[in-house]
Design a protein around this ligand. Structure first.
Ligand SMILES: NC(=O)C1=CN([C@@H]2O[C@H](COP(=O)(O)OP(=O)(O)OC[C@H]3O[C@@H](n4cnc5c(N)ncnc54)[C@H](O)[C@@H]3O)[C@@H](O)[C@H]2O)C=CC1
Ligand SMILES: O=C(CO)COP(=O)(O)O
Length: 337
């Protein structure tokens, strides 16, 4: 069994710490937040983020980053994307050659357009960086509800080591070498989930949701493939799978923030009410820039960007999407007649 360092004690870091501890590993969790650490060590429950879920007493929580990451067989990074680079930089003095770090956050850096694993590699070039992603809400994983997920890594050896560490009878882990595709699917689905939430908030129905999911994965795949991801990744768990759960789930932070905006709240009001990270808000601008860079059409993502940052009325965004120039479903096609 392994010694594991968990960096980040939000809902996802806590849920995965519980899972790894239940799998028999020794888990030490770091958070920057002193109150969060004190509460977790005292209550053995994350009352704010996973109320009612018992945290095993042998999981320790600390604000000492050196202690949390030194000498661990692998480190899990579960901080919101805007803190990923900075936290990785702080870890540098304690990271040895070949240290396995598995990032579980989902996002794209707005100014560099880098994925999170690329940022971690830039800060920690000595590390062996992997990712874990898929349809997996912390609220359900922490309660042991059956979940499937994918580890992406550079080597099969690292992928299998992590697969073995995380897998159990309610958490089935697949492996993949397509880190780029996994990360792009995981980040871009959050933008579409904001759109799905907005549609729900406006009172639209299941037809609209299906349209957003289906046309959303078309946008995600088009961009992801142009950037080097594999087509099959976008039709798998980390692509369409994660998109479905995030657009549909009552647990989704992105869908909820969108819902509140669809009901007339501002982006800031919606984010404050959700009170957990809404990653899609941070990934939207980057996605629009990537669309331009790779010359890929992203109509839904562009409308989300306008609603979030240009004050566009969601109804006008819907009209724009429905009335834009008509086209065939799959681009240029051959016709039999
Ligand atoms: N919650 C979920 O169900 C899932 C979340 N994710 C991803 O995991 C990442 C983390 O999400 P959550 O745990 O939900 O977020 P959260 O909003 O619950 O947690 C944020 C946590 O980040 C830490 N933090 C706060 N400020 C920080 C700073 N300045 N520097 C470093 N750490 C800081 C704190 O421990 C805080 O509890 C996100 O990228 C999210 O998309 C992925 C899959 C599932
Ligand atoms: O990525 C997730 C589920 O797989 C979590 O999505 P939300 O951040 O929208 O809750």
């Amino acid at each position: 069994m392994a010694n594991v360092g968990m960096v980040g004690a939000g809902s996802w870091g806590t849920a995965l710490a519980i899972l790894l501890s239940n799998n028999g590993h020794d888990v030490e969790v770091w958070s920057i937040d002193e109150k969060e650490v004190a509460d977790l060590n005292r209550d053995h429950e994350h009352k704010a983020k996973l109320p009612g879920v018992k945290i095993p007493e042998d999981i320790t929580f600390t604000t000492d980053l050196e202690h949390a990451v030194t000498g661990k067989e692998f480190i899990v990074m579960a901080v919101p994307s805007v803190f990923t680079r900075g936290t990785a930089a702080k870890m540098k003095p304690y990271i040895k050659e070949g240290q396995i770090i598995v990032n579980v956050a989902k996002g794209i850096e707005d100014d560099t357009l880098m994925t999170l694993s690329e940022q971690i590699e830039e800060e920690l070039p000595m590390a062996d960086v992997a990712v874990l992603s898929g349809p997996s809400h912390a609220e359900e994983v922490s309660r042991g509800l059956p979940t499937t997920i994918v580890v992406g890594a550079k080597s099969k050896e690292t992928a299998e080591l992590l697969q073995k560490a995380f897998i159990n009878k309610v958490f089935r882990v697949y492996i993949s070498s397509d880190i780029e595709g996994i990360e792009l699917g995981g980040s871009l689905k959050n933008v579409i989930a904001l759109a799905a939430g907005i549609a729900d908030g406006m009172g639209y129905g299941d037809n609209t949701k299906a349209a957003l999911i289906t046309r959303g994965i078309t946008e995600i795949s088009r961009l992801g493939i142009a950037m080097g991801g594999k087509a099959e990744t976008f039709s798998g768990l980390t692509g369409i799978g994660d998109l479905i759960v995030t657009c549909a789930s009552v647990h989704s932070r992105n869908r909820k923030a969108g819902f509140l905006m669809g009901q007339g709240k501002t982006m800031e009001e919606a984010m404050a009410e959700v009170n957990m990270v809404v990653e899609g808000v941070y990934s939207t601008k980057a996605a629009v820039k990537l669309g331009k860079k790779y010359n890929v059409s992203l109509p839904i993502i562009e409308e989300v960007n306008k609603v979030l940052f240009d004050g566009k009325n969601p109804q006008d965004a819907v009209n724009e999407l429905m009335l834009r120039s008509s086209s065939s479903e799959h681009g240029s096609m051959e016709w039999s007649k």
